[in-house]
Design a protein around this ligand. Structure first.
Ligand SMILES: Cc1cc2nc3c(=O)[nH]c(=O)nc-3n(C[C@H](O)[C@H](O)[C@H](O)COP(=O)(O)OP(=O)(O)OC[C@H]3O[C@@H](n4cnc5c(N)ncnc54)[C@H](O)[C@@H]3O)c2cc1C
Length: 376
């Protein structure tokens, strides 16, 4: 297997920074973020943002294709996926605006990148109805004074630092994606950092909107018809982003297996590690195959679910064995390993839990006949 670091040797330089950021992210995110002050890292973080909006692009990372991007994410996650998640730059919000936004909306969204790599968020999940996006209660309403957003979002990655975000809200019988700009809002939006068990770098946040006035031009797909609204809009955004969760889970598996190999293990443990490596390589090949399909323009909803399922199961299975294969002192003394162990169980919850993928993956990626298109 060719290693992506052979193609991008700059990746070798980032190990210490990511390790330090991942460690600090557990208790001091401000300091953790300071570790990212490196041109190659910022350029990688902003892969996916079009060059016209991206002053952080460096020549080395200006033409990274989708397959290479997934491999870079996998490679950096071998070091620390939590630190990866703390990076500013491209996110689900970026994919949403590029998929569904007009040129003007894209320019407004990416304006915050002019001075520094910024954070963005994409808010779907709500308390009590996490996996059921149809049951959300955050609402966009319209009256003579304008458009208003009300509601609560929960477990939203990167929102504490974000300069811009996109919120999924109910509008009459369907849903809309709405841009919000935290720096322009005062009391109408509250942000609260949530305590989490793993992947502290995700900086999961609760967001509350109370009578937030929304400009009409900040509603995505406002002038278009049904297919760009409701659950269709979510499917369009998630499909290409979901393999990145698999890449992070795979990279974390690589990190755990490498750490195990560096220690004294029983014969049974060594055979088990060899078996896990074979599974890792099989899922890695599945990821590359999927990436090629996307590059060729195919929709691969079911395969994408399968990849995410395989990668998240593999990382959890590997983590669960860790405390049993290591001797007690190694396990107790290795704070970094125990941190990685905690991170492993958060991947399954990102971009759809396994049960929901198993229920929904046979359906096509874009469902026709969305709820009525009823913007005035
Ligand atoms: C690191 C991380 C980052 C995240 N980032 C974001 C983000 O940026 N934006 C965002 O909007 N959200 C984000 N989330 C939230 C994530 O998408 C939700 O956690 C996910 O949708 C699950 O929702 P929930 O936690 O409410 O669990 P629930 O949906 O309540 O599920 C709880 C359990 O019930 C099971 N279950 C639920 N429904 C069914 C069903 N119909 N049939 C069978 N079993 C079912 C699930 O499998 C699960 O085991 C993030 C989560 C994590 C962990």
């Amino acid at each position: 297997m060719t290693d992506i670091a052979n193609r991008y040797p700059q990746l070798y330089e980032l190990t210490e920074r990511l390790l330090a950021a991942g460690r600090l992210a557990e208790h001091d995110q401000q300091q953790a973020v300071a570790c990212f002050d490196h041109p190659a890292l910022m350029s990688i973080a902003c892969i996916g943002i079009p060059s016209r909006f991206n002053p952080w692009e460096t020549p080395a990372f200006s033409a990274v294709d989708y397959t290479q991007h997934l491999q870079i994410i996998e490679y950096l996650s071998r070091i620390d996926a939590s630190a990866m998640m703390l990076l500013p730059g491209a996110s689900l919000g970026t994919r949403a605006i590029l998929t569904l936004g007009t040129e003007q909306q894209q320019a407004r969204f990416f304006a915050c990148f002019a001075h520094r790599p910024a954070w963005t968020f994409f808010a779907v999940t709500e308390p009590e109805v996490g996996s059921d996006a149809t049951a959300i209660s955050s609402e966009l309403t319209h009256n003579a004074q304008g458009w208003w957003l009300n509601g609560t979002k929960m477990l939203i990655g990167g929102a504490m630092r974000a300069s811009v975000g996109i919120v999924f809200a109910r509008y009459r019988h369907s849903q809309r994606l709405v841009m919000v700009f935290p720096d322009e809002i005062k009391d109408a939006m509250q942000r609260e950092l949530l305590d989490t068990f793993g992947l502290a770098g995700a900086s999961l946040t609760r967001l509350s909107f109370k009578n937030l006035l929304i400009k009409e031009e900040d509603i995505l797909g406002h002038d278009s018809r049904g297919l760009r609204h409701g659950l269709n809009s979510l499917s369009m955004v998630f499909e290409r982003h979901r393999p990145m969760v698999a890449a992070m889970a795979l990279g974390t598996t690589f990190g755990l297996l490498t750490a195990l190999e560096a220690r004294h293990l029983s014969g049974a443990a060594r055979s088990w590690v060899a078996r896990q490596w074979r599974k890792y390589h099989a899922v890695f090949q599945q990821m590359l195959h999927l990436a090629e399909g996307y590059t060729a323009g195919q929709h691969q909803y079911a395969l994408t679910s399968q990849l995410k399922l395989n990668a998240t199961r593999l990382v959890e299975e590997t983590a669960r064995h860790l405390p049993h294969w290591l001797n007690r002192d190694d396990w107790l003394e290795e704070a970094l390993l125990r941190k990685r162990y905690r991170d492993c169980f958060a991947f399954e919850y990102m971009e759809g839990v396994s049960n929901i993928h198993l229920l929904n993956s046979p359906r096509p990626s874009v469902i026709r006949g969305d709820a009525c298109d009823d913007l005035p």
